[in-house]
Design a protein around this ligand. Structure first.
Ligand SMILES: NC(=O)c1ccc[n+]([C@@H]2O[C@H](COP(=O)([O-])OP(=O)(O)OC[C@H]3O[C@@H](n4cnc5c(N)ncnc54)[C@H](OP(=O)(O)O)[C@@H]3O)[C@@H](O)[C@H]2O)c1
Length: 301
């Protein structure tokens, strides 16, 4: 049995935050203090909930002083990638300045910060990125997440940065992620146009939350790449989902990224080398088929 720790969790109502709560509640004795922007928690059973805007420096300092956590897990972020291009100031405040708030606050009681980052810190020209690969973000979102990483690394505080990608999974009142949006559209027999030239390694939120628990239990620091174990295009992912969920795959039409006119440029070939996470943390993330079957059972479909 690992010694239970007091952990302050931000973004508790988000896709990853809800899964961290579930996994930590079921698989550990750690005591979570939940926090998010919203005035209530989607699921706080067994844990206290504290409403807080992480961009408010004094509030963050007060909270860390009051709860005195050994660890802060920051899953809160401004996650709308295209929105970051137009909402630059707000996205920077949430994705970068708020992380600096946690750095300042964590000096009060030497809390460790576990922060979530993204494959969008890379340009996606080569893929096969490991934790030492050189970042080169294409989008404002990627730039803000890289700036948050750099703030943590240069701060000298005890921290761990977990980069992930194409997160999907279940949760209450969460923003529709790629898989949930597809399920909803295909269920309604809507035609969906999906890019066949953007490749990545989709990650079920359960695997990421489990990896974060391992970082806590094994007391690991530094950068970790944690994502699903299979590399494929968004189009291939959509077809796989249609087959597993019993939808008509003819509703899925392949298109090119250039047809979409997205505000933010995306890395086209984003693959992570998972060796460090697999060996250090002893985790084995699911492939897409197994991840989608897990999602299907979680959704009761
Ligand atoms: N989703 C992906 O595909 C993906 C891929 C790579 C990396 N990541 C990273 O993984 C982490 C978790 O992502 P996610 O998909 O779980 O995000 P999410 O579902 O969007 O959840 C983020 C949560 O943070 C909250 N939040 C936003 N601004 C806040 C503020 N100022 N103060 C306090 N809370 C605030 C949001 O509240 P509101 O809903 O009210 O805004 C939301 O509940 C993020 O760091 C993200 O950058 C995600």
């Amino acid at each position: 049995m690992k010694e239970p720790k007091k952990i302050f969790l931000t973004g508790a109502n988000g896709l990853l935050g809800q899964k961290v709560i579930e996994v930590f509640r079921n698989e550990s004795e750690h005591k979570l203090i939940l926090s998010d922007l919203h005035d209530k928690a989607e699921d706080s059973r067994g844990f206290d909930y504290f409403q807080m805007d992480i961009t408010k420096k004094e509030d963050v300092k007060e909270a860390v002083k009051k709860f005195n956590p050994q660890i802060i897990i920051n899953t809160a972020a401004y996650t709308n990638v295209d929105g970051c291009e137009t909402e630059r100031e707000l996205s920077w405040r949430v994705n970068v300045d708020a992380v600096k708030n946690f750095i300042i606050a964590s000096r009060i009681n030497s809390s460790k910060v576990i922060h979530i980052s993204t494959d969008y810190v890379f340009d996606g020209r080569t893929g096969n990125y490991d934790e030492n690969s050189k970042p080169n973000p294409l989008s404002y979102y990627g730039k803000s997440k890289l700036a948050s990483e750099n703030a943590l690394i240069t701060s000298g505080i005890n921290c761990s940065i977990v980069r992930t990608m194409i997160l999907y999974g279940s949760g209450k009142n969460i923003r529709p992620n790629f898989a949930l949006w597809l399920i909803d559209s295909l269920e309604k027999r809507l035609l969906v146009k999906i890019v066949d030239d953007q490749f990545g390694m989709p990650t079920i939120s359960d695997d990421l939350a489990w990896g974060i628990l391992k970082i806590v239990d094994l007391d690991k620091s530094g950068i970790y790449h944690i994502c699903g174990s299979e590399y494929l295009s968004r189009y291939e992912f959509a077809v796989r989902l249609a087959n597993i969920f019993g939808f008509d795959e003819n509703l899925i039409m392949p298109i090119k990224t250039s047809d979409l006119n997205q505000a933010a440029a995306r890395p086209m070939n984003s693959s992570f080398i998972l060796l460090k996470a697999e060996t250090d943390l002893n985790i084995k993330p699911l492939n897409v088929t197994d991840g989608l079957y897990l999602l299907k059972s979680l959704l009761g479909l």
